[in-house]
Design a binder for this molecule. Structure first.
Ligand SMILES: *Cc1c(COP(=O)(O)O)cnc(C)c1O
Length: 403
């Protein structure tokens, strides 16, 4: 039996829900790409993205997804045979470093598992042992979307500095940008990559690379660079198409402009606080489900300080996660994120709740209540009161303006 006749809700960790305002802004005739409103508007997007990232430098914008941003960043800083140290806290941290290896870098990996984030002391020791400074760059993710772990970027920077190592710090903030606090220049980040389809609430198709001064210097000697991905011509355009090495993504830019307006109207600090509050509401609910003696459900990352504010990875008994996802989709119209195998759990024991971007309490509470209905109807053991617990978190925010 299904009650899923209404607006479906996509609760996967990207792409995220697209606001009606963004869809509306994209619904327009094709513009001129050589002059006029599109050109001025696009310049304002570069400026506002730099502000949102806490960067002095405007980003590069590519037509592409997150993987495009990965490649666009790597080929502009690395040469064949350069060392890259990949910090692995899940599938995405691993994937970015693997891409560097396939491009011709020499990669080493520090694998921290999927539950606790990067250990800065171990990173520092590894860098201290690299006397020859063979490691050109360290890559990491802010939040790893597979495990739901959130890394402490300033602590990673501090470890590199403590080792007095010149490696560039490259950060994947694809699921975190405009969801969790991030301040590029203040955190000493040399390269940050993100995309438009998660916190930026725009249909997949735009990739962003933010570049600091030291990364720009590295570009001068990077021999992996190819014409389409090259930062240099895109940074010094004489006409708008040069910024994109061809036709600009016209309608995506109109959509993104609207999405950025929405973020600026709310203010980025409030956007971060909203995500933190909604994440806390999710954790309160999951903790309740796990609180009965026979329950086998819980958050994958034990320490709240290390949990992503954009996605929560939930572990169940084998098969249960798959059944919950199928039931939610069919019976209530809520699509949850698939699980990736984490540690020794099979994918069917993992589901993910995306809570990024265009999301408010009714959307989130509806998702949590739908999961609870699935647990009940499937006869999966769980503790009760989860939706109450989530509502408590939201009520506390309303009363105090904080969590
Ligand atoms: C979504 C995501 C990616 C991949 O982005 P695509 O658009 O699927 O290529 C990479 N890293 C992180 C952290 C992500 O959340």
């Amino acid at each position: 039996m299904t009650l899923a006749h209404g607006r479906d809700h996509l609760a996967i960790p990207g792409p995220s829900v697209i606001p009606s305002r963004v869809l509306g802004a994209m619904h327009r005739p094709a513009p001129n790409i050589y002059g006029g409103a599109l050109v001025d508007m696009t310049e304002s997007i570069y400026r506002d993205l730099a502000t949102l990232a806490g960067s002095r430098h405007e980003p590069l914008i590519y037509i592409g997804n997150g993987h495009a941003a990965w490649e666009a960043s790597l080929v502009n800083v690395l040469s064949r045979g350069d060392g890259l140290l990949g910090l692995v806290t899940g599938r995405f941290g691993l994937g970015w470093a693997k891409m560097a290896e396939e491009l011709g870098a020499r990669c080493d990996y520090l694998d921290f598992g999927t539950r606790s984030g990067v250990d800065a002391a171990e990173l520092e020791a590894t860098l201290r042992a690299d006397h020859a400074h063979a490691i050109k760059a360290v890559s990491t993710v802010l939040s790893d979307t597979s495990s739901g772990v959130r890394n402490d970027i300033p602590a990673i920077r501090a470890a590199i500095d403590a080792a007095a190592h010149p490696a560039l710090l490259m950060v994947d903030a694809i699921c975190s940008f405009a969801c969790e606090p991030f301040d590029m220049d203040a955190s000493g980040v040399d390269v940050m990559v993100t995309g438009c389809q998660k916190g930026l609430m725009t249909p997949p198709g735009l990739a962003f690379v933010f570049v600091g001064d030291r990364a720009l210097e590295a570009r001068a000697s990077a021999d992996l660079v190819t014409p389409y991905w090259d930062w240099v011509p895109r940074r010094e355009p004489t006409m708008l198409p040069e910024r994109f090495c061809g036709t600009p993504p016209t309608h995506h830019l109109f959509g993104l402009r609207e999405a950025i307006d929405m973020l600026l109207e709310e203010s980025i600090d409030k956007v971060w606080l909203r995500h933190e509050t909604l994440a806390e509401a999710v954790w309160a609910a999951v903790d309740c489900w796990g609180a009965s003696d026979d329950a086998r459900i819980g958050c994958h990352v034990p320490d709240k300080a290390r949990r992503s504010h954009a996605v929560t990875t939930v572990m169940t008994a084998p098969g249960d996660a798959q059944r919950v996802r199928d039931c939610c989709e069919a019976a209530t119209g809520v699509t949850l994120g698939i699980g990736f195998a984490v540690d020794d759990s099979a994918p069917d024991a993992v589901f993910r709740i995306g809570h990024m971007g265009h999301l408010n309490p009714p959307m989130l509470l509806g998702t949590l209540a739908s999961i609870e209905a699935a647990l009940l109807s499937l006869g999966i053991a769980h503790g009760r009161g989860a939706v109450d617990a989530a509502a408590d978190v939201i009520a506390r925010y309303q009363e105090s303006g904080t969590r």
